[in-house]
Design a protein around this ligand. Structure first.
Ligand code: ATP
Length: 359
């Protein structure tokens, strides 16, 4: 198989407008076989529109959708062989759990007996083998969502689309469902597109994340690339907590507008810089440090919030910048508002933001 053929989904130059709203500007996206790709974006960013175009519920103004190399832009949803799971389960209430899962197979004219066997196997894979005779109303929300998942995978779809499937579940259940879906997806090698506005969920689940904003893909990459090397302020602030500095670069130095000077790991010409709150260390001792290994500042604690395993401090550098710091909570190192501390951050953790256009 050539590299060309390895993309299960190939979306090219997709545009979609609703009246004067440009829901999608020009989307290009390729998803490889077995890949778990997340579309992450705020409400109204265009995620659902893109998913609906991929699924065949909506047609684009221009552009092309190919699945396994075949042009599907104008094909019906049924022709695309796509499994879908939505936020609101969408099970048939008058059918049993087993009948719900058999449904897509019967639509494909598979005999009742073979359909029942495959549906039982799909229910086993989501640990609901014993619930086949129940009706959806007799199941919990999490169980109903697992039935919806079994129904989406039972016909071995080329592509699985998951549209905010966990958002109606409570936090605990959501986390265990995330693990379960991820395991099932990778063990079956299912090519999957997942929609969420929850950045933590995106980081946990995905092989790659496409961050969508204003109908365009702002950045696409692995969770670590997106988290550690966001290309813009919008991506940096959407994924994780961030301290953003504006200023002037000079070789391996960055001068914040306040005058605070930071050494960088490599030269840059970017005029914005990101420091993640957990990359910063606060300490009472003042330790002399080599500027090539640590940027050192005096900082005063403004306030703090205790969040269980860690504490978030807001501090002000002597130069005036306000900075958020996330420290592992240790009972013997709780800093008080008003205290002046030493703040250190490694040059490698001072990250230039490369894309100045998409602030
Ligand atoms: N049928 C429609 N008619 C008019 N405008 C629409 C329609 N569907 C979507 N839009 C607009 O297109 C833009 C993108 O909407 P979309 O539903 O794709 O966003 P989203 O990222 O999925 O948001 P959410 O997370 O809230 O579902 C929004 O401005 C929305 O108001």
């Amino acid at each position: 198989m050539t590299n060309e053929n390895q993309a299960v989904l190939d979306v090219q130059k997709i545009r979609k407008t609703y009246g004067r709203v440009e829901a999608l500007r020009e989307i290009d996206l390729r998803v490889a076989a077995g890949e778990f790709l997340t579309l992450l974006g705020a409400s109204g960013s265009g995620k659902t529109t893109l998913l609906r175009i991929i699924a065949g519920f909506e047609t684009p103004d221009s552009g092309r959708v190919s699945i396994r190399g075949a042009d599907m832009t104008w094909a019906s949803a049924a022709e695309r062989q796509i499994g879908m799971v939505f936020q609101n389960y969408a099970l048939f209430p008058h059918l049993t759990v087993l009948e719900n899962v058999m449904f897509p197979l019967e639509m494909r004219r598979i005999t009742r007996r073979a359909a029942a066997d495959r549906a039982r196997a799909a229910l086993d894979s989501v640990h609901l083998g014993v619930f086949g005779d129940r009706y959806p109303r007799q199941l919990s929300g999490g169980q109903q969502q697992r039935v919806a998942l079994a129904r989406a995978i039972v016909f071995e779809p080329s592509l699985l689309l998951l549209d905010e499937p966990f958002s109606a579940l409570d936090r605990r259940l959501r986390e265990s469902m995330q693990q379960e879906v991820k395991q099932l997806q990778s063990s079956l090698g299912l090519t999957t597109i997942f929609i969420t506005h929850d950045q933590e969920e995106a980081l946990v689940m995905s092989d790659r994340i496409a961050v969508i904003g204003g109908g365009a893909i702002r950045q696409i990459g692995t969770p670590a690339e997106i988290y550690y090397h966001p290309n813009s302020i919008s991506v940096a602030t959407f994924v994780g907590e961030s301290n953003i500095f504006e200023g002037a670069p000079k070789g391996r130095s960055f001068y914040a507008a306040s005058g605070a000077h930071f050494s960088l790991a490599a030269p840059t010409d970017c005029n914005r810089m990101l420091i993640r709150p957990e990359a910063i260390t606060l300490s009472r001792a003042s330790v002399p440090a080599d500027p090539r290994e640590a940027n050192v500042f005096a900082a005063q604690v403004l306030d703090r919030s205790f969040v269980g395993g860690f504490t978030v401090y807001r501090v002000r550098l002597a130069q005036g910048d306000e900075v958020s710091v996330r420290a592992i909570a240790r009972e013997d190192a709780i800093f008080q508002p008003g205290e002046t501390l030493q703040l250190t951050v490694a040059p490698a953790d001072c990250r230039p933001l490369t894309d100045r256009s998409a602030a």
